[in-house]
Design a protein around this ligand. Structure first.
Ligand code: CA
Length: 365
C-alpha cells in the first residue's frame, strides 16, 4: 500500500479532532516547534459490486470517497474499484475478509449463503423502512450484532446507503389472485424471493445486464429491481405493463464494509471521517432516491398500469414469511438472535409509528 508523509496546517488537525468527537489525543504526531501536524496519508482500496458511475449506488460511493478526502483534508484517499476490476462483483466480501482489498460497497443480502442472519441486516419483506432500519441499527442493537457476526469474517460493517421503499416489480400480465402467480419465473433475490417461491413463483437470479433481455424474450415473466428512477433507466416499461407497489424490500440497506484488522489500524480521526462520510452518504442517497423516484413515477409511459397486490397475496406472503423466519430460526441460532432484536424494535416502533406517522399520512391524504 502506498503511503507517504506530508505536512498539513494545524487548522486541519483541529478540524479532524473535532470530527472525531472524542477527547483522546489524536494519533498523529504533533510538532510543537513549527506548530504543524505531521500526518500519514492513507490510501484504501475499496471494491464495489456495481459498474463505474452506476446511478445512485455507484455515484453514492464516489460521493463517500470525495467526502472522506474533504473531511480528512486530503489525508485519506479511498480508491474505488468498480465491479470486476480488482475482484468479481460478488466476491468482494471474500476478498475483503482475506485482506486482498481494504473495503467494499455492496448489498448485504448477497451474503446470506455465509450466514442467513446477514439477510436481516439488509432489510426484510413487510418489515422496517429505511429510516426505521437505520434506527434499529444505531439505537436498537442492530449494529452490535452485525459487527459481532461480521467480526468472525474479519470484517467491520457500516451502513453504505439505503434505497427507500422498493417497488414490487414489473409483470407482463395482471396478477389478481394467488393462482395468477403459479409457475411464473421472476427475477427476485433475497428473502422476498424465498417468500415468492413458497407462493408458487420460480425466483431467478440474474445479473443487472441480463434482466431486460430476459423479460423481453419471455425467459422470465416478471422482475423487481429497485424503484421508478432506476427501473425507468432499465426500460422495463417497454416490455411489461403492470407495475406493482412494494412489499418485499421496504428499506434495503447497502454496506460499506472494512477489513477489520485494517479498520483497527486507522487513526481515530480517519475512523471518525469514514463514519461521518458513510452517514452523510446514506442520508444523501435516501434523499436522492426519494426525489428521483417521485419524478420518474410521474414520467412513466401512459400505458403502464400501477397496481397493488391483492390482500389475498399479501396475507399469503406474510404467512410464508413467518414460515421462513420459523425455519431459519430453528436452523441458525444467529438468525434467531438477530431476528429477536429486529422484531423487538419492530414492535416498539410500530406502536409509535401507527399513532404518529401513519395517522398523519392518513390525515394529510
Ligand atoms: Ca430490489
Amino acid at each position: 500500500m502506498k503511503r507517504r508523509d506530508f505536512m498539513t496546517a494545524t487548522a486541519l488537525g483541529t478540524t479532524a479532532l473535532a470530527l472525531s468527537g472524542c477527547h483522546r489525543p489524536p494519533k498523529e504526531e504533533h510538532n510543537g516547534a513549527t506548530n504543524v501536524v505531521t500526518k500519514k496519508r492513507v490510501t484504501l482500496k475499496l471494491a464495489t459490486s456495481w459498474p463505474a458511475h452506476f446511478p445512485i449506488m455507484g455515484t453514492g460511493v464516489e460521493y463517500f470517497a470525495k467526502r472522506c478526502a474533504e473531511l480528512s483534508a486530503g489525508s485519506l484517499e479511498i480508491k474505488i474499484y468498480p465491479k470486476n476490476i480488482l475482484v468479481p462483483a460478488l466476491q468482494v466480501f471474500d476478498a475483503c475478509s482475506a485482506t486482498q482489498i481494504d473495503a467494499f460497497h455492496s448489498g448485504v443480502y448477497y451474503w446470506k449463503g455465509k450466514n442467513s442472519a446477514f439477510s436481516i441486516f439488509g432489510g426484510m419483506p413487510l418489515g422496517l423502512t429505511s429510516e426505521e432500519m437505520i434506527t434499529w441499527l444505531k439505537f436498537g442493537g442492530g449494529y452490535e450484532l452485525w459487527r459481532e457476526l461480521y467480526a468472525k469474517f474479519n470484517l467491520y460493517p457500516l451502513i453504505g446507503g439505503t434505497t427507500g421503499p422498493q417497488m414490487g416489480g414489473w409483470f407482463k400480465k395482471e396478477i389478481q389472485t394467488l393462482s395468477d402467480l403459479q409457475g411464473l419465473k421472476m427475477r427476485i433475490p433475497g428473502l422476498g424471493g424465498e417468500v415468492m417461491k413458497r407462493l408458487g413463483i420460480t425466483p431467478i437470479l440474474l445479473p443487472a445486464g441480463e434482466i431486460y433481455t430476459s423479460l423481453e424474450r419471455g425467459t422470465i415473466d416478471a422482475t423487481e429491481w429497485v424503484g421508478p428512477a432506476l427501473d425507468s433507466m432499465m426500460g422495463f416499461s417497454k416490455v411489461a405493463k403492470y407495475y406493482y407497489t412494494g412489499w418485499h424490500e421496504p428499506g434495503s440497506i447497502l454496506e460499506i464494509t472494512f477489513n477489520k484488522a485494517r479498520w483497527e489500524k486507522l487513526s481515530d480521526t480517519h475512523q471518525a471521517v469514514i463514519t461521518v462520510a458513510s452517514e452523510e452518504m446514506t442520508n444523501t442517497m435516501l434523499q436522492e432516491f426519494r426525489y428521483k423516484n417521485a419524478k420518474a413515477l410521474q414520467e412513466l409511459p401512459k400505458d403502464v398500469t400501477i397496481k397493488s397486490f391483492s390482500q389475498e397475496i399479501i396475507y399469503a406472503a406474510k404467512a410464508a414469511l413467518d414460515e421462513v423466519i420459523h425455519d431459519e430460526s430453528k436452523k441458525n441460532q444467529d438468525f434467531k438472535r438477530v431476528f429477536q432484536s429486529y422484531d423487538s424494535f419492530f414492535r416498539l416502533n410500530k406502536y409509535y409509528d401507527d399513532i404518529s406517522t401513519r395517522n398523519f399520512l392518513n390525515i394529510r391524504a
